[in-house]
Design a protein around this ligand. Structure first.
Ligand code: ZN
Length: 221
């Protein structure tokens, strides 16, 4: 019975061309799925439709597992109380690890930048995740980032170095500059990653050796 349904749905779609799914009406379940998928980064209309086809013909249990995983991420994941990295607990696994050096804080834009630095495998300090970068033209100001939390953290004491590891872009550099103006009066030594990372790109795209070198060769801000 179910095989027949899958065949019917599959053959229905296979006779249609890109964009035709939307003709079933914007409120139809299939069209809605395509419209949601196309919002994902790197997913254009053709890919969204291909993914929709795939999900319509995949095992019911697999599709429901995907839906469950999406719901779990939304409902359970939240920012770490200390570093604002994403976690399911109160503290992330890095902040909760007594082997990490809590006196060094590496400031990154996004959790994916943190992951890239962790993959490099040489850094033993903690992090602070800003969840963005200053972008005045887009209306992103200091109040939209976790800068206040970082300042509070440094003010609490015990921090002997803050490493600026924002992305080597105009906005990343501007964000570091702003942070230095806020943190310098607190008397904490500021450093930044060595140059040599591809300019205009993100840490997440740099290879591990490059990131390990950038950390190793960091210098006073
Ligand atoms: Zn944390």
């Amino acid at each position: 019975m179910r095989g027949t349904c899958r065949y019917v749905v599959g053959s229905l779609l296979s006779q249609k061309r890109v964009g035709d799914v939307e003709e079933q009406g914007p409120s139809g379940a299939i069209a809605r799925l395509t419209q949601e998928l196309v919002k994902l980064p790197g997913v254009g209309p053709k890919t969204a439709e291909r993914l929709t086809h795939h999900l319509l013909t995949a095992k019911r249990s697999e599709v429901l597992a995907l839906a469950d995983a999406l719901r779990a991420v939304v409902e359970r994941v939240r920012p770490c109380r200390q570093c604002c990295n994403l976690t399911e607990g109160d503290l992330c696994s890095l902040c909760a690890d007594p082997r990490r050096d809590a006196s060094v804080i590496c400031v990154v834009e996004q959790p994916r930048d943190l992951s890239a630095l962790e993959r490099a495998g040489t850094y033993r300090g903690l992090y602070h995740v800003l969840h963005g970068r200053l972008a005045p033209l887009e209306g992103v100001g200091p109040e939209h980032l976790t800068i206040d939390r970082l300042v509070d953290r440094v003010k609490r004491g015990g921090v002997r170095e803050v490493i600026m590891a924002t992305n080597p872009t105009l906005e990343g550099d501007g964000t570091s500059l702003y942070l230095s103006s806020v943190l310098a009066p607190l008397g904490v030594p500021l450093t930044r990653l060595a140059r040599g990372l591809p300019s205009g790109s993100g840490l997440e795209f740099a290879n591990s050796q490059m990131l390990a070198d950038a950390l190793e060769g960091r210098r006073a801000f």
